[in-house]
Design a protein around this ligand. Structure first.
Ligand code: NDP
Length: 279
């Protein structure tokens, strides 16, 4: 059987777990693939994508800082990628054109509702951050019909610009971090940290009253150790916490399905990746 070629593009890219995840999916579903990393200069995405698809590549994952470049590169877009304004998956179509999709929201929502079994419908949700990751998840979160979704960001104008695209989908509000103490203690059922603060070992300036024992805490960042945000939440008594490893494997699974027409099983690959991170 002919090897099919895929890759993940980002800068930096060495840390990416996507090659590991896709190799596991391929084993599981008996696909013969190669899946490489590529790290163009920050202004070099389009040239790299041309080269890759021009030399027979079939699909590409895209991570920071190139999700907007990928959006612009695609010949056509899925509705969810159009709304997100960001693309994390490119796929060669039968007619030779390139389709852009965004599977981040699918990865987050299936992790939360299916793997973790948490409920989003009717809940008060706080999302921290307004970067590329939040772009990809707002539509799918709002489609779960939360009672309220509050978006808090360090730079308010960035959150406002982002939210304006999604307000027609549900009860979406934007606040600055300084406004968070105005909410009653334990008001939020779920807090999702989508800032990159965790990567630097930082915590956004959050009031302790946000956390009640039943507050579900999710950090999109993942690693061998719990993030600062999750450790902070635990220290305040939050009993239910998760990192973004399930989101990562979930978005990869949806990309894999788009490329290969088969949905791989997420659970065993999450377990393998958890082991791999510890090693
Ligand atoms: P971006 O760079 O696009 O956005 C970063 C966001 O974090 C901005 O809202 C920024 O605020 C905020 N921020 C950064 N530092 C701080 C700080 N010290 N205090 C408060 N806010 C801060 O990143 P992404 O949206 O692409 O990614 C965010 C995180 O999510 C990353 O850690 C990434 O690894 C993770 N991620 C995980 C995925 C998964 O599958 N699990 C998928 C995608 C992302 P401001 O606007 O004010 O600059």
């Amino acid at each position: 059987e002919m090897t099919k070629h895929y890759q993940v593009v980002g800068n930096p890219i060495a840390q990416s777990k996507s090659p590991f995840i896709h190799a596991e999916f391929a084993k599981q579903t008996q696909q013969v693939i190669s899946y490489q990393r590529a790290c163009p200069e920050v202004d070099g995405f389009a040239i790299e994508a041309q080269r890759f698809f021009g030399s027979g590549g079939l699909g590409m994952n895209v991570t920071a800082p190139f999700k907007l470049d990928a959006y612009n590169f695609a010949d056509s877009l899925t509705p969810r990628a159009t709304l997100a304004g960001a693309v994390n998956t490119l796929a060669l179509q039968d007619d030779g054109s390139i389709l852009g999709d965004n599977t981040d929201g699918y990865g987050l929502v299936t992790d939360i509702t299916q793997q973790l079994g948490w409920t989003l419908k009717g809940k008060n949700i706080l999302v921290l951050g307004a970067g590329g990751a939040v772009r990809g998840v707002l539509q799918l979160l709002l489609e779960q019909r939360p009672a309220q979704l509050v978006l808090a960001n360090r730079t308010l104008a960035k959150a406002e610009a982002l939210a304006s695209v999604f307000t027609h989908l549900g009860p979406l509000e934007v606040v600055e971090f300084a406004a968070l103490p105005a909410f009653p203690a334990g008001h939020f059922d779920l807090i999702i940290n989508a800032t990159s603060a965790s990567l630097a070992g930082d915590l956004p300036p959050l009031p302790e009253a946000l956390i009640a024992p039943e507050t579900h805490c999710y950090d999109m960042t993942y690693g061998a150790q719990p993030t600062v945000f999750l450790r902070w939440a635990e220290s305040l008594g939050a009993g239910v916490r998760a990192d973004g490893l399930g989101m990562l494997v979930g978005q990869a699974a949806e990309s894999f399905r788009l490329w290969h027409g088969v949905m791989p099983e997420v659970k065993p690959v999450m377990a393998a990746l958890r082991q791999h991170l510890k090693a």
